[in-house]
Design a protein around this ligand. Structure first.
Ligand code: PBG
Length: 306
């Protein structure tokens, strides 16, 4: 009767990893019981999610090395894997809310989120490509684009490009407070997208910073973000609460791959009670102020809710 935080299927965004081919459902080594799907098997998975009451997905594609270059050219291929994946999801579940990852890293020969020149990331040139990528996703049927790259000013580039092309109703979920975190390791295995040189600290945030997260987020809202994000989750719940007190737009939290892997590993060893810890974690994220949670645990949680 007095419980303040209630978890429901509506809280979740389900990240999905997609590969070329047919008949593929391959487990990601560092993410037990999480898979990459080819488009044919993606259909089955999307039907399952929909039947469980999970109504939004966040799509990521694993791109073969021979299609990668410095500018992420493949990202704007109208017939690329992402564009076909969007259509596939909409074919089997027309009302599934489709969000797409917008960043160059899965398409970049350097594994960076931006175009590289002399060892540095070209911010504005990258933002232009991200805007084209967003338009391409909208053309394929995406409901919302989710730029995870952390270039400065890219929300405005994207918003203007979407408006110009007539996609006034396509939303933007900005990864606005994304930290340069070591918790992304398993995700980079999943997409084979680890940076080829250096790290991402010139564009992702220093875990030591707090007010910068507010500044970054306010700028993104000003530029047109509809939903903002804090990423990773558990180590950053103070930031979630700060933002909740500061902004009026919905806040999403990305409970990232490393957070998933930690609990799966400890549970496999019998050191932690998987379900109890999982529920405590998602409840803590929501209690801190998350309106939405992007989580690899979404199906596990909904099954447990019964
Ligand atoms: C890259 C991107 C990353 C994640 C989502 N989008 C990794 C990175 O920044 O290197 C991480 C998600 C996770 O760890 O679950 N644009």
């Amino acid at each position: 009767m007095v419980q303040e935080t209630i978890i429901s299927p509506n809280d979740f965004i389900v990240p999905l990893f997609i590969v070329e081919g047919t008949g593929i459902k391959e487990e990601i080594a560092s993410m037990p019981d999480y898979y990459r799907y080819s488009l044919d098997l993606l259909k089955e998975e999307v039907k399952t999610l929909w039947s469980m009451g999970l109504k939004s997905v966040l799509l990521f594609v694993k791109v073969p090395d021979n299609l990668k270059d410095n500018k992420g050219t493949e990202a704007i291929n109208a017939n690329g894997l992402m564009q076909r994946a969007i259509k596939t999801v909409k074919d089997v579940a027309p009302d599934m809310y489709v969000m797409t990852d917008v960043a160059l890293d899965p398409f970049s020969s350097y594994g960076h989120d931006g175009i590289v020149e002399n060892g540095e990331i070209l911010n504005d040139e990258t933002a232009e490509v991200l805007a084209q990528m967003s338009v391409s996703h909208a053309q394929a049927g995406a409901d919302m684009v989710a730029p995870s790259d952390m270039m400065d000013g890219r929300i405005l580039y994207i918003r203007e490009a979407l408006e110009e092309e007539g996609f006034k109703n396509t939303g933007i979920m900005s990864y606005s407070a994304k930290y340069a975190s070591a918790f992304y390791g398993p995700f980079r295995d999943a997409l084979d997208s680890a940076p080829g040189f250096g790290d991402k600290k010139t564009y992702q945030m220093d875990p030591a910073n707090r007010s910068e997260a507010i500044r970054e987020t306010l700028m993104d809202i000003d530029e047109g973000a509809d939903i903002v994000m804090v990423k990773p989750g558990l180590c950053y719940l103070d930031i979630v609460r700060d933002l909740k007190n500061e902004v009026e737009v919905p806040i999403s939290v990305y409970q990232v791959s490393g957070e998933y892997a930690m609990l799966k590993a400890a549970a496999e060893k019998g050191w932690l009670n998987h379900d109890a810890v999982m529920m405590e974690q998602v409840t803590a994220i929501k209690r801190a102020g998350a309106d939405l949670i992007a989580s690899y645990f979404a199906k596990d949680v909904v099954k447990l809710l019964g």
